[in-house]
Design a protein around this ligand. Structure first.
Ligand code: SF4
Length: 357
């Protein structure tokens, strides 16, 4: 693998708490649609720390992909309105020019998306695409870039990298193509890797291999990873921290253990309740959160989850609750106005729809 090794928190060589590598403040992303402006991301604050895997979870339409794309300035087209701050190394990527973004993107902040077949150029060999990414950002002779491409392919777990580097995308399996995408993302040893549903299209065995690859790269290189997923099994396997999104906002965040085993927000409880458990009773049907996610232009004046929440009360309708520490553990924040006894009651039937009593 290329580039210097960075210390990882909790590992030898690591130093005590550092500034986040990426800081998001008040991020809003709105899309023009026939009915008006769709608030895909409605004011998000987020910190990404060095060497951590932060999972962004939520249903389709929760805003997690729109948020991820704005972290690398990839959704700036016409009809898109972005405001707020994404601070990387003192530079606000929201207001950065395209040429400034090009210097950051792929070099310091890289992205891997779900559909590797669409993202890879079918006319170029896998190794050439990795080598090209290296040469876009570094002055490296062609032969050396190719050798580094082969090293990267080996690093992401591709067997016989010399042979497979010469393969075209259609000659590789889905899992191998996804790993080529990860190798391209890591080509310049980025500080931050954004991985949007990187394993969704893969079968379970390959998914496990790709997740292990991400985890190993995080541990060995100190790469900070934002992992966007709707799969709580993936979260349980690799995430250090979790941010749960609903209706364009983060409604809960904390460590993996806090969010998965002591959730505070009824939406998180509902999500967890809809996941099959090997240690739970066998159910004919898994409970689903009642109602539909917020996908339209109009949003409730108060808590966005209120129309689906069995615990909604008058105060929930006044304004969107702030994301702050209430009754969870250290560093666990939620955006719910329930008091402590009501939370305990909500958690008890957490395996029913939306925590509905
Ligand atoms: Fe939102 Fe109120 Fe339900 Fe909490 S109790 S999730 S604030 S509607």
């Amino acid at each position: 693998m290329t580039g210097p090794r960075r210390p990882v928190p909790g590992q030898p060589g690591a130093t005590a708490p550092q500034r986040p590598v990426l800081t998001v403040r008040g991020l809003r992303v709105e899309f023009d649609v026939p009915a008006g402006r769709l608030p895909a991301v409605a004011g998000v604050d987020l910190d990404l720390h060095r060497g951590e895997i932060l999972a962004l979870v939520g249903e389709s339409g929760s805003g997690k992909s729109a948020l991820a794309m704005s972290l690398v300035g990839l959704n700036r087209g016409p009809g898109t309105h972005i405001s707020g701050e994404v601070d990387f190394n003192g530079q606000n990527l929201v207001t950065a020019s395209e040429s400034q973004l090009r210097r950051v993107r792929g070099r310091h902040v890289a992205a891997v998306f779900q559909d590797a077949l669409a993202a890879l150029n079918p006319l170029h060999r896998a190794g050439a695409q990795v080598a090209e990414m290296i040469r876009t950002h570094q002055q490296v002779p062609r032969a050396r870039a190719w050798q580094r491409a082969e090293d990267l392919l080996a690093d992401v777990g591709i067997a016989n990298p010399a042979r497979n580097a010469r393969a075209y995308p259609h000659q590789l399996s889905g899992g191998m193509r996804q790993r080529v995408m990860i190798a391209i993302g890591l080509a310049n040893d980025p500080t931050v890797l954004i991985a949007d549903e990187p394993t969704t299209a893969l079968d379970v065995t390959i998914q496990a291999q790709v997740l292990a690859t991400l985890k190993r790269l995080q541990a060995e290189h100190g790469t900070s990873i934002v992992l966007i997923t709707h799969d709580l099994g993936v979260v349980a396997e690799v995430a250090d921290r979790v941010a749960v999104m609903y209706g364009g906002r983060i409604v809960e965040q904390g460590t993996r253990e806090q969010v998965l085993y002591a959730p505070q927000h009824p939406y998180t409880m509902g999500l967890l309740g809809s996941v099959p458990r090997v240690d739970g009773p066998v159910a004919d049907r898994l409970p689903a959160i009642p109602g539909s996610p917020l996908t339209g232009v109009a949003r409730p004046s108060g808590c966005g989850f209120a129309p689906r929440c069995g615990y909604a009360h008058d105060a929930c309708a006044t304004a969107p609750p702030a994301l702050t520490r209430r009754h969870g553990g250290p560093g666990q924040h939620d955006a719910c106005l329930l008091d402590a006894p009501a939370r305990a009651a909500a958690r008890a039937p957490a395996r029913t729809a939306g925590g509905r009593p």
